[in-house]
Design a protein around this ligand. Structure first.
Ligand code: ATP
Length: 240
C-alpha cells in the first residue's frame, strides 16, 4: 500500500535527516517504526503525509508511493483525500472546541455528512461519547489521545499513521490505546504505521517492524523476530 523508496529529506536546506530510507507497509498490516530520539521517525511520517513544507523540510531524493501512485509531490490535503491520515505527537487537537466539534472537523476534508463515521468513532471510544460536549482542552492526556485517534478516523483513512500514541500515558492507558489500534486493524481493515518509543508494546501489536538510526534503516523483520533479537532487546526494549 505504502512504498518509501530511497527517501532523502533536508530541513532548512542544510540538515540532512533522512538518508536514503526505504520501507514498505503492506495493505492490512500494522507496521512499527522504531529508533532512538532524532532517528528521523517523525520526519518519515511527515514526508508521507505531505507536512514537510510547513516545517521548512523538503524531499530532495527518492519517492513515496501510495496505492501504486507516486505522491511525493502531492499536497497534504489531497493525501488525506486519498486515504492517508496522521495522528501527530502532542495530539494537536482543537483545545477550544468540544470533543464533538473536533470529530466533525476530522471529516471536513471529505465534505460529507459525518453521522455514520461519528457513530463508529463513538462505538469504538464510548468515553468520547460521554464527553462529547466537553471542551477538548480540559480532557486528560489519555482522553486527548483517544480524541486525536478518533478525529483521524473521521477522515476514513486507509492508512492511519500514529506518532508516539503512548507518549505521556499511564501503562493501563497505553495498553488500552494499543488495544484500539489492534481492533481498528482487525475489524475495519485499517492499515497502520506506528512510530513508538515504547518498542515492547508496539512490537506486540505490529506484524512487522523497522528500526532506523540517523535517517537510515538498520534492521527490519517480522515483529516476533525483532522482539527476540538481542540488539533490539538491548537498545530498544531495555532488556539488555
Ligand atoms: P523523536 O523520537 O525524538 O521525535 P524522531 O526519530 O521522530 O525523534 P525526527 O523528529 O524526525 O526524529 O527528527 C530527526 C532530526 O531532524 C532531529 O535531529 C531533529 O532535530 C531534526 N529536525 C526535526 N524537525 C526539524 C525541523 N523542522 N527543522 C530542523 N530540523 C529538524
Amino acid at each position: 500500500m505504502l512504498t518509501i523508496n530511497n527517501l532523502e529529506v533536508i530541513y532548512n536546506e542544510v540538515i540532512l535527516v533522512l538518508r536514503g530510507l526505504s520501507l514498505v507497509v503492506p495493505e492490512g498490516a500494522i507496521v512499527a517504526l522504531l529508533g532512538s530520539n532524532g532517528a528521523g521517525k517523525s520526519t518519515t511520517l511527515k514526508a508521507v503525509s505531505g507536512l514537510l513544507p510547513t516545517e521548512q523540510g523538503e524531499v530532495t531524493d527518492g519517492s513515496v508511493s501510495f496505492d501504486g501512485r507516486d505522491i511525493t509531490r502531492v499536497d497534504a490535503a489531497d493525501r488525506v483525500r486519498l486515504g492517508i491520515s496522521l495522528c501527530m505527537e502532542g495530539r494537536h487537537i482543537f483545545e477550544h472546541l468540544t470533543v464533538h466539534e473536533n470529530l466533525i472537523a476530522g471529516a471536513y476534508i471529505h465534505g460529507r455528512a459525518p453521522q455514520e463515521d461519528l457513530d463508529l468513532v463513538y462505538e469504538y471510544f464510548p468515553l468520547l461519547s460521554d464527553l462529547r460536549a466537553r471542551t477538548a482542552g480540559f480532557l486528560s492526556g489519555g482522553e486527548q489521545q483517544m480524541l486525536a485517534i478518533g478525529r483521524a478516523l473521521m477522515a476514513k483513512p486507509k492508512l492511519l499513521m500514529l506518532d508516539e500514541p503512548s507518549l505521556g500515558l499511564a501503562p493501563k492507558l497505553v495498553q488500552e490505546i494499543f488495544g484500539y489500534i489492534a481492533r481498528l486493524n482487525a475489524e475495519l481493515g485499517t492499515t497502520v504505521l506506528v512510530v513508538e518509543q515504547n518498542a515492547t508494546r508496539a512490537l506486540e501489536v505490529a506484524h512487522h517492524g523497522y528500526v532506523m538510526e540517523q535517517g537510515r534503516l538498520v534492521l527490519d523483520g517480522p515483529a516476533a523476530e525483532l522482539r527476540d533479537n538481542p540488539d533490539v532487546k538491548e537498545f530498544y526494549l531495555g532488556l539488555g
